[in-house]
Design a protein around this ligand. Structure first.
Ligand SMILES: Cc1ncc(COP(=O)(O)O)c(C=O)c1O
Length: 419
């Protein structure tokens, strides 16, 4: 099997380092340790279609990161991009919004079970910021409860004191509890009675570097009741899971109803738009909050979102993605076991997390992932992976063939495995 080389990627990165902080900043570059070892990965892409991406050196990948989630139907989906291109010819950014904003809001309200209204922005972080502000406006309270290790974006309140640029004041209204620990949450609520505006959490626990954890039986139902009894706004950060578990929302999937739900990644197959959905009782508070941006009401991503949500509805995209993920992860676990590797899969199949559990250092896992990436299967090391609807049986078979070869190579370097 051929192994990728990345000469042009590295040349571009050298140029980038001179003019861009960190070369490629954030989670899409090597600086944040998402791509380990960095030499196994490409740094720049040229084009993509369906489940495949090509880098600047001409290497082809089956991409199981899906741009960290936005690609839900497959890269450059004709229906979604076609709708965007039609809209480009009419109107994008204007002084007043296009009427399709109303069409999109109606579609979100029809699609998402908890939604009585919808509001649009650009990034997931806009949605989580707005949700927290709406909770504070609605309750007249300051404090927010968050889950240790959850990611909600990059605004200072979402980060930790001690991180570069984050002051104590930025996080002084945050109270942290552990995932799935209802007793701890209950205790915190009683200690701060009348002070807590909102509880924000992802629908299940999907941090980096750790097995992902689904909600315990009855957890969300107890949280829902606690929030209702104490006038706390229940915010579901569905930025990552949204439309990968259930078209009606991940709260619906887990059998409860959020007050505010934040959507972003899967909503427009890569076009830049996010959404917040809310219940009727929070509509006035939502309207009172000053929150907007130069491009938030741009029509092209809205046209893309309408086409994307409609197509996802039509094909029941979450079920399609769960099926693809299950077939692939079952095969990966089996291939690992044949070589003596204990590959643990957690989370849900449409955005599974995996790690080789033979060693706690995760070095074996990194070595195996690197051998897969060098042979054209794009996995991240310590972040959950993503599935999109364009991944075919042929792609899955190819991924399993490469994974098998990668297990064989790592085993040869560590003959003690499986003994
Ligand atoms: C659960 C969750 N919330 C919020 C965000 C922030 O979204 P964005 O990067 O679009 O601002 C992310 C991004 O990965 C996320 O996964």
């Amino acid at each position: 099997m051929d192994v990728n080389t990345y000469t042009k990627s590295r040349e571009l990165f050298e140029r980038a380092l001179k003019v861009v902080p960190a070369g490629v900043y954030g989670h899409q570059g090597p600086a944040e340790a998402c791509f380990i070892p960095a030499d196994a990965y490409p740094y720049f892409s040229t084009h993509a279609k369906g489940s495949h991406v090509w880098d600047v050196d001409g290497n082809e990948f089956i991409d199981f990161m899906c741009a960290y989630g936005p690609i839900s139907l497959g890269y450059c989906d004709d229906e979604v991009d076609g709708a965007a291109i039609e809209q480009i010819k009419k109107l994008n950014c204007a002084t007043t919004p296009s009427g399709i904003m109303v069409d999109l809001a109606e579609l979100m309200v029809e699609t998402v079970d908890m939604a009585d209204w919808s509001f649009f922005a650009k990034n997931g972080n806009d949605a989580t910021n707005y949700a927290v502000m709406v909770a504070k406006a609605a309750t007249g309270r300051d404090k927010i409860i968050l889950i240790n290790g959850n990611y909600h974006g990059v605004s200072p309140w979402t980060q930790l004191y001690g991180y570069p640029g984050i002051s104590q004041a930025d996080v002084s209204n945050n109270i942290y509890v552990d995932w799935n620990n209802f007793e701890q949450l209950e205790k915190v609520v009683s200690e701060h009675r009348g002070e807590i505006a909102g509880f924000i959490s992802t629908p299940y626990y999907h941090p980096v570097f750790q097995d992902n954890v689904l909600p315990a039986e009855g957890y969300w139902q107890k949280v829902r009741k606690l929030c209702t009894d104490n006038g706390i706004v229940l915010i579901v950060d569905d930025v990552r899971c949204g439309f990968r578990l259930d078209m009606k929302g991940s709260d619906h999937y887990f059998g409860f109803k959020a007050d505010l739900s934040c959507f972003c990644k899967a909503i427009a197959n890569g076009w830049n738009i996010s959404a917040i959905c809310g219940v009727d009782s929070l509509k006035d508070a939502a309207a009172s909050v000053m929150f907007t941006g130069s491009y938030w009401l741009a029509a092209v991503p809205m046209a893309a979102a309408i086409a994307c949500v409609s197509k996802m509805q039509r094909i029941n995209a979450p079920v399609v993605m769960q099926g693809i993920g299950k077939k692939l992860t079952d095969g990966l676990v089996k291939a690992g076991a044949q070589h003596g590797f204990d590959l643990r899969v957690s989370g849900v199949p449409s955005m599974w997390y995996m790690r080789i559990a033979n060693d706690d250092s995760l070095i074996l896992h990194q070595e195996w992932v690197a051998e897969c990436v060098r042979r054209g299967i794009f996995f991240a090391n310590h972040h959950n992976q993503f599935v999109n609807c364009a991944i075919s049986d042929e792609d899955i078979n190819k991924a399993l063939e490469v994974a098998d070869e990668a297990f064989r190579i790592v085993k040869a370097a560590h003959p003690e495995i499986g003994r």
